[in-house]
Design a protein around this ligand. Sequence first.
Ligand code: BGP
Length: 456
Amino acid sequence: MIKFPDNFLWGAAASAPQTEGHSLLNGKSETTWDKWFEEKPELFNQGQGPQNTSNVYEMYHEDILNMVNIGMNSYRTSISWARLLPDGTHLNQEAVEFYRSYFQDMLNEGIEPIINLFHFDMPWWLMEKGGWENRQSVDAFAYYAQIAFEQFGDLVHKWTTFNEPMVHIESGYLYGYHYPAIVDFKKAVQVGYHTLLAHVSAVKAFRDSYNDGKIGIILNVSPAYSKSNQAGDLQAKTYSDLLSVKSFLDPAVKGTIPEKLIKLLTDNELSPKVESGDRQLINDNRVDFVGINYYQPRRVQAPINPNKPAKMPEDLFANYDWPDKKINPYRGWEIYPEALYDIALMMRDEYGNIPWYVSENGMGVADEERFMDDGMIDDQYRIDFIKEHLEQLHKGIAAGSNCFGYHMWTFVDCWSWLNGYRNRYGFYRVDLNDHFQRSVKKSGLWFKELTRNNGF
Ligand code: BGP
């Protein structure tokens, strides 16, 4: 039997925009998702927009009882910035009451809330001013963070600033999956830099608030594996890790931006605008813990005939299609649990063995009703997926890595950006044709056994 450490956090993650619903109600202002859907509904799977999502706004109490029912002891979600501060300045009292009641309910039922501040949901009023391209976004975010710490600091003792900052950068400014769907490497770097400053400014606001909790950041880590040990392929790996892993992990944990990354950006004429004092701010505001979202590795090789200077990241590292890969065909992502062990050792050896947890891991599957058996989704593939990943994680912990928990994406099926409800990830199924009714899947029952035994 594989046993996990005492007090290990078992749970799941989600976000406000993907679960709350009531997106245009109860005083919330629009985000880029609301606006984009209004303008281009055809981009969204089956016209499924952000308005309703999984109706947690009304169903959170029932959901929390369902969490208890499968043995969860912790849950991460986010606060919607546009709900709490609809115009960026004035507090929406209804939002305060909603979140306080939601978090208090979790505490009452023995579920530890881990609360995140930004999960891809840029308020429209700020987007109109340029969003993260505009340096004013840094102060706006720090103000929002300060208000959140003031309003909920007595209930929440684990905070995170951003979920997967690389995703809003890449999807919004390189690959077109998020608004404003711009393709511009230099802008992407500037957006990333402002996001980093917003993160450290929120950490500063947290320290200044004398809150007794801990603060971290959630990063998607896809470690790069090179096609071969030839110099060009190894260099591709170095570039990929610098841009997508170390760019946030180093400043968040060590307080410094890697010199090699600065050189890479300079050599490619991609350096962002910085101000004096920024370095100090980054150095002074490090995190207490890190959440790592792991879904898939990155396979890379040397690019053929790249642009110099680089116009896109693909000019620095090309994708390598590993013939032996195992794939989740619905999402198109490689399944490679071994990377979780590599991540555990990386955290131990390169990041001072800082406390960290797996803040997302999961498997999205389309048309899950195919697997309905006697009224329950028989998602054995998800159970196998979790087991394989937990085995690797356990190996990492046994080797001394300081991992304190494992959260699945996700608890109840939720809305996923342009993919709507196509791929399902939950321990509980959500019935879109029957008032968002929840029903447990086989994986939920398996998870209950896992948590009861603190292992499997
Ligand atoms: C992560 C995000 C989540 C979630 C998840 C699953 O990157 O933090 O918001 O969506 O991936 O991915 P997807 O919904 O794209 O299938």
